[in-house]
Design a protein around this ligand. Sequence first.
Ligand SMILES: [Fe+2]
Length: 215
Amino acid sequence: MCDLFDKHEHYGFLVDTPAIRALVAETQRLMREVADDAVRVEQLRPAFATLLAADGWLPDAYAQPDCKSGMGGGIGQYALYRARDGSLCLFALVVPPGSRTPVHDHLAWGLVGIYRGRQDETIYERLDDGSDPSRAQLAIKQRQAIGEGEFYALLPPRDDIHYVETTSEMPSISIHLLANDTACVWRHRFEPQTGAVTAFRSGYSNAPCPPDRHG
Ligand SMILES: [Fe+2]
């Protein structure tokens, strides 16, 4: 599963099903009508839960690990919807059994939920003031186990730094609805032990990022 779908359109509905269209339409309606991020995310919960509870909308090809992962660890990151203006994306993250993401941030509000399998999430709080872009002092704030149909909100800067690891015997598949083009924005990878922070773009397994203008 290493050479995926170069022939496909890379924006809009990369997976075009009624279930995905319904969630994107509801999200865009709330983005127009609700100014407050926390209120909007709260109002998004029913539509997001509906997608997590539905079967048959995620192609098998997007439920597989990716051996060329930008995240490492065979983690697949498959774009399902990407707004061309970078304001919204929906993607599936496939984490093989025993694998974990780097400690990372997201830099956008949204919802993350488990579609298949099970994950442990470890959330960090940042103790320094963020003035040094290459350093961060992190402390574990919370650990939680998340199973199918369960989800949580991201409302940066609160609880925006975490890692997840798969605890099921099958790969976990988490669905992410976030208000940026997550895999293509420059965000951060953290080494809590040393305090090191590095910029990274995870990239999608099934779509390219725009040209790199970083630095
Ligand atoms: Fe994450």
